[in-house]
Design a protein around this ligand. Structure first.
Ligand code: ADP
Ligand code: MG
Length: 218
């Protein structure tokens, strides 16, 4: 049985872990916002963190992404992460194409065009962010996040504050891109429906400080 992989590795499931989160505590001053939050994101998984507004979802994602290092605990993450913030965060004085090439200088003209085409806005490269709808700005942010071929994707309420049609379209686009690229993803939302559509697994956050109070397959 020497070439049975399971015989060589007694814990094959552990190999597929792309992100491992073990947060003991996160405080802002006296206020403890997160406590005992542990989960892993495996290859091919889309983990939805579901919880109400103000519970600590963005705080948690900033820790997972390595932007906030002021917490008790540990996080393992790959080197190349793609992140979409709750706001699209585009530089208003740069064109859409420049917003991509500033983060990904090696994309070039063709690469930038292809990256925008992938999110359905190939014709918007020369536009400025203020000339785009919020939905289009979110497409740029998503395009920028995946253009660097990240090893994991982190999305903070990427469909929030879009109207119902636009939100559904953006959700379908994101689901398609994740399916095509197979990038392991963790995203937060306050919407049960979004969590079910996009997620392969749902973790529920509740309480103050927030903890994971439920886990289920989506
Ligand atoms: P969510 O993304 O789930 O809406 P947040 O992570 O943005 O929640 O915020 C969780 C809690 O932490 C809120 O009570 C918020 O006021 C507080 N908080 C967030 N960022 C800071 C900060 N930089 N300083 C102090 N409190 C903060
Ligand atoms: Mg938030």
């Amino acid at each position: 049985m020497a070439d049975d992989p399971a015989a060589r590795n007694p814990h094959p499931a552990l190999e597929g872990r792309v992100i491992e989160v073990d947060i003991v505590s996160k405080r802002f001053g006296q206020a403890e916002v997160l406590r005992d939050i542990g989960f892993a994101v495996g290859a091919g998984e889309v983990v939805a963190l579901l919880g109400p507004s103000g519970i600590g979802k963005s705080t948690l994602l900033r820790i997972v992404a390595g932007i906030d290092t002021d917490f008790q605990g540990s996080v393992r993450r790959p080197d190349r992460l793609g992140m979409v913030f709750q706001e699209p965060l585009l530089l208003p004085w740069r064109t859409v194409a420049e917003n991509l090439t500033l983060t990904h200088p090696d994309l070039g003209g063709d690469g930038t065009h292809a990256a925008l085409a992938r999110v359905g806005i190939a014709d918007k490269g020369a536009a400025f962010p203020a000339q785009l709808s919020l939905g289009q700005q979110r497409r740029v942010a998503l395009s920028r996040a995946i253009a660097g071929k990240p090893q994991a994707l982190i999305l903070d309420e990427p469909f929030a504050s879009l109207d119902a049609d636009m939100g559904a379209e953006m959700l379908a686009l994101t689901a398609r891109l994740i399916a095509e690229t197979r990038i392991p993803t963790v995203f937060v939302t306050h919407s049960e429906a979004e969590a079910r559509i996009l997620g392969t697994r749902i973790l529920r956050l509740s309480g103050r400080p927030a903890t994971i109070t439920g886990e289920e397959a989506a």
